[in-house]
Design a protein around this ligand. Structure first.
Ligand code: ADP
Ligand code: MG
Length: 214
């Protein structure tokens, strides 16, 4: 299946629902190693995106993603606002001129987004950030497509890799962001941004890949 503007909008709607639903959990995770605002930040940002979506019509995919980026940069705040803003900005730029995304286009857009987050935040895998979920998801997506998998299979693999990446942050000591101020006391807690990144992938798998496996 190719992903059109409607599917992108459906994913953004699903993200708003996911962050609304998981606001308390994300905040709880951020209260252990941060300042207890990650759930509120993501919910506020995607609530604004959803409100804007209800009004927007006729945008192409790149315009929709760039508009999302601008709203997130304006409304999310914290460290994660500019990072997710960059993700959507770069992903949008990678979709320039396209009205439908083939699986390889989806992977290219996701790759551009993840690269943007890495450049902006300068975090590597193992630093206990959202990159710990995003980077393995990108590798899994690429591998699934290279093996001949369809978009649903690629997104399911990416979401599964993001989930294990998210869990892998628990024993790590944070080296980037607010949690790094805690030093060894950041060990033993799941990173909130890796968790919101997993939700982002899971929503894409749900919106574009059919039903969730379990
Ligand atoms: P803040 O830390 O400013 O309160 P949030 O609570 O919204 O912002 O987001 C915290 C999350 O941002 C962290 O859990 C982490 O995943 C992510 N993060 C922080 N700094 C970086 C960075 N330099 N690179 C990648 N992700 C980061
Ligand atoms: Mg915070």
């Amino acid at each position: 299946m190719a992903v059109g503007r409607e599917e992108v909008a459906a994913w953004l709607e699903a993200l708003a629902a996911a962050y609304e639903e998981n606001r308390g959990w994300l905040t709880q995770l951020d209260s252990a190693i941060g300042d207890a605002d990650h759930g509120a930040n993501m919910d506020r940002g995607f609530r604004a995106v959803r409100a804007e979506l209800a009004r927007a019509t006729g945008h192409d995919i790149a315009a929709l993603l760039k508009q999302t980026a601008a709203i997130l940069i304006k409304t999310v705040g914290g460290a994660s606002g500019p990072l997710y803003g960059t993700f959507f900005l770069r992903a949008g730029a990678a979709c320039a001129g396209k009205t439908a995304l083939e699986p390889d286009d989806v992977a290219r857009a996701f790759e551009a987004g993840v690269e943007g987050v890495r450049q902006r935040g300068k975090a590597e895998v193992g630093d206990k950030t959202m990159v710990d979920a995003l980077a393995p998801a990108l590798i899994a997506m690429r591998e699934a497509l290279a093996k001949g998998g369809d978009l649903g299979a690629a997104l399911a693999a990416a979401a599964a890799a993001a989930e294990s990446g998210m869990r892998s942050t628990v024993p790590l000591q944070a080296r980037k962001g607010r949690a790094s101020y805690l030093g060894p006391r950041s060990v033993g807690h799941q990173d909130p941004g890796a968790t919101s990144a997993w939700l982002l992938l899971r929503a894409a798998a749900d919106a574009w890949g059919g039903k969730r496996a379990g």
